[in-house]
Structure formats: C-alpha cells, structure tokens
Design a protein around this ligand. Structure first.
Ligand code: ADP
Length: 466
C-alpha cells in the first residue's frame, strides 16, 4: 500500500497535477487580490465623492441660511431616505459644537477625537476608527468665513460589509477550485502521459515474454508522444524483421548446405571404401574440391542474400559511371557469347550516373548477363539497354533464349530454385535471389517479362540518388 502511494507520489502525473493546481491556485489568488484592491479603492472613492457632495450641499445651505438652513438640509435628507447616513457637525469659532447629526453607526464613536483632529486643508481627509476598532470613518471639513467649521463624514461599514461578502464568497469557492484544479491536473496528466504508459507496458511485455510482436496501441493524438509511439513501433517492426530474417536465414542455410555436404561426404566415402586405385582417388578428391568450392560460393552468396534481405548488407555508396560499368560487364561475357554465336548489342546513353555500390551493381549485371548467355541458344541475341526514368535508372537485359514458362516465373526469385529446362546448365539457383536482394538493398525493384521459347527480359530500376 505504502509502496503504491510512494509510486504515485513520484509519478510525473502526480507532480504534473500538483504543479497544475499550485499554478491554478496562485493565479486565482493574484486575480482575487487585484480585484479586491481595485474594488475597495473604487468603493472608497465613491464614498468620498458622496461625502464631498454632502459637504458642498451643507456649506451652501449654511452660507445661505445659517444654522437653521443646515438643520433643514439634514432633516430633509432624513425625510427622503428615511435616515441620514452622513455625520454632520458644526463647530463654532470657540471649538464648541453648535450642531451634530449622528447616524446610528457613530454611536460607538468618540466625538472628542474630532476636536483635535479637525481637517483644515482642502481635499484632506480625516480617517478615524471606533473605540472597538470595528468601524472606519472618513471625514471631510470646511472652514466658513465666520470662523465656524463644518464637518461631514460617513461610516465605511457598508462598503466594508460588501468587501467582507466578497472575501467570504471567494473563500467558499477556493476549496472547490483547488479540488477542480487538482482533478483537472490529474486528468490532464493521465491523458497526456497515456502513450508513455503504453510504451512502458509494451517494453515490459517484450522483456518478460521475449515476444517481439507486441505494439503500442494507436491514440490518434497527432502530437510528439504519438510520433514517439509510431517511431517505436517502426523500430520494433525493423527489429522483428531482422530477427525473423536471421532465424529463417539460418534455417535455410542449414537446409541448403545439407545436399552438397552429403554429396561431398558420399564421394569421399566411396573413394575411401572403393578400390584403392590412385586415379579413382584423385578423381574423387577433385570432385570433393569442386563440391567444396561450390559450397563456399553458395555459402558466400547465401550470406550476401541474407544480409541484403535483412538490411544489414554494407553498401559502399559512390557516384557510379553506369555506362562504363555495363560495358565492362558486357566485355566479360563477349567471349562466351561469341562462342555460342550470340550477338550482344548495347543501347546506352552518352553518360549516365547514379549513386550506388559499384561492386554490388557489378554482381547484378554479371548474374543477369550470365543467365541471358546461359539460357540463349546459339544464333540468338542479347540487347542491353540503360535509360533514365523519373529519378530512376533502368537497365534492361533482353534475350531471345528459352524463356520461362508462366508457372515458373513467380518462383525464379526463390533461393536455390532452378527451372526445369535449366538443369542442363551450370548454376546453383541463387543468381536471381542475389540480384533481387541487392536491388532491394538499393531501394530499387526488378521486373521480368518472359515467353517460353521466345525469350526473357529483365529490367532493374534503381533510384539515381539513395
Ligand atoms: P541459376 O541460373 O543458377 O539456375 P538463377 O537464380 O540465376 O539460378 O535463376 C533461376 C532460374 O530462373 C533459372 O534456373 C532459370 O530457370 C530461370 N532463368 C533465369 N534467367 C533466365 C533467362 N534469361 N532465360 C530463361 N530462364 C531464366
């Protein structure tokens, strides 16, 4: 229980909610204080304005009709509003009180305070407090030419009462505000951090079960965390493909090596247990050497295919002069082609460059030209064309050879697959698998179109820039 609480307390979600509430409360408090300040200021100014108005009226009346007029004014005010909220005091030249109107709030007020504190300057206010500190009074004064002093004041209890209500209301909404702030923060944190929790769950599940097929669920948030989830899933996919590739690569390798090794062993056994004829033994040894050479080539090619398929093939990217590369590869097969009376023609632009691994590209060309020469009967022809199309470089190798039956076409890319009619020719059935793997490692594709007994055409497309 305590462990869970500790975990919650340390979680980003909790910290997030806490910070959210603190900021929410602090800004509410600042807003309240500012509002309170301006409200109390404006209330005070309003009260002072009223006092000034009343003082002005009293002074006018007093100057017009003396004490009687002043009393009438005070009575009139009482008559129309039921009570007169203003304190009005007239002091004679000898500081004797000639008239005083005391509203009910002033009962607790020590009038003597005023005798010594009479305000003389214009716009000056006397700020007095009741004996019990409960009420505040504002008083404004005016000296008449006859030496008398007229004082008008008002209790600020109404304004203070209003402000007190304001404070109580704020205090009563502050607690729900804190709760709402915290719940809001929690909700926000839970919602925002959901992809992180998915990430944690997915990683934990992979660690605990060793299964790579779990993925982070999509949240459709289109934010950075969603981007992270998508990237993480893509990374998992790559790793899974890599692991699966390596696993099947290993399985295939074991399976593919079994046949030649068994053959090798068979030859060696026959030589060992057969007649001890030195020529026969020599022949068997030669067979073994040839077979082991084939195994070695097969192993290297299989390794290359696996690497290319799993994306681990190291490509040495550089600017490649394709025209020269095709001419070189064609030259290599010109002798064999000539022997079979096959005419090899090239249709190449003046120059064509692309960024690729030249050695791997050479392997692609060699395998395709080798097949074309192998599977074309004498007096046939081979056309090699290079062209540029939509940021891609295309190489077509077209022959008038034996062609491929439609049912075989999808299988020619499989490892170790050899067409029925091709068995008489040398080969291990890995050439086209390697071509496809290298081309795909260059982010390109290879296409075939073939008609049995008429010929085949292989076209490789590779992006000009990776
Ligand atoms: P291999 O040539 O060693 O048999 P490949 O992987 O190069 O292996 O080719 C696989 C099969 O595809 C061949 O056995 C053959 O049947 C067919 N093939 C490839 N190229 C051609 C071609 N130019 N003409 C006819 N058949 C072909």
């Amino acid at each position: 229980m305590s462990l869970n609480f500790e975990r919650i307390r340390k979680s980003i979600g909790f910290k997030f909610a806490l910070w959210y509430s603190v900021i929410f409360i602090l800004s509410s408090l600042v807003l309240f204080v500012l509002l309170y300040f301006f409200l109390s200021l404006s209330l005070k100014n309003k009260e002072k304005e009223l006092i000034q108005l009343e003082l002005k009226e009293c002074v006018t009346q007093y100057q017009k009709g003396g004490l009687d007029a002043l009393v009438k004014e005070v009575e009139f005010e009482k008559h129309i509003s039921g009570k007169n909220p203003f304190f009005v005091r007239l002091e004679g030249p000898q500081h004797n009180t000639l008239f005083v109107n005391l509203p009910y709030q002033w009962a607790n007020f020590d009038l003597n305070q005023l005798k010594n504190k009479a305000v003389t300057k214009k716009d000056q206010w006397e700020h007095l407090i009741t004996k019990d500190n409960k009420d505040i009074f504002e008083i404004s004064s005016h000296f008449s030419p006859d030496g008398s002093l007229l004082q008008v004041g008002k209790s600020l209890s109404d304004s203070n009462e209003f402000l007190k209500h304001y404070r109580v209301i704020f205090a009563s909404i502050l607690i729900p505000m804190i709760v709402i702030g915290f719940i809001g923060g929690m909700f926000l944190a839970v919602h925002t951090l959901q992809p992180i929790r998915y990430l944690i769950d997915t990683t934990r599940s992979i660690i605990e079960t060793n299964k790579m097929d779990v993925r982070i669920p999509a949240t459709r948030r289109r934010d950075e965390l969603e981007e992270l989830s998508i990237l993480f899933n893509t990374m998992l996919e790559r790793i899974e493909t890599l692991i699966n590739g390596m696993r099947t690569g290993l399985d295939n390798l074991a399976h593919d090596l079994r046949t030649p090794i068994t053959r090798l062993r068979g030859t060696a056994e026959i030589a060992l247990h057969g007649e001890q004829n030195i020529d026969a033994i020599r022949e068997a040894l030669l067979d073994c050497l040839e077979e082991s050479e084939r195994v070695l080539v097969m192993l290297n090619t299989l390794m290359d295919i696996s690497e290319a398929e799993t994306g681990t093939m190291k490509l040495d990217w550089e600017e490649v002069d394709l025209v020269s590369l095709i001419n070189e590869a064609t030259d290599l097969y010109s002798y064999v082609a000539e022997e079979k009376k096959i005419s090899v023609r090239t249709f190449l632009p003046k120059e064509l460059y692309l960024t690729a691994d030249p050695n791997r590209l050479r392997q692609v060309l060699s395998n395709l030209i080798d097949n074309a020469v192998k599977y074309t009967t004498s007096s046939g022809s081979i056309d090699i064309e290079a062209f540029q199309k939509d940021q891609q470089v295309g190489i077509t190798i077209k022959d008038t050879g034996i062609g491929i039956p439609p049912e075989e076409v999808p299988r020619i890319w499989d490892r170790l697959y050899r067409g029925d009619k091709s068995r008489s020719q040398r080969g291990i059935g890995l050439g086209l698998s390697l071509v496809k793997a290298i081309v795909q490692a260059h982010r390109g594709q290879v296409e075939v179109s073939s008609t049995a007994n008429r010929g085949s055409s292989f076209t490789v497309y590779i992006p000009q820039k990776p």
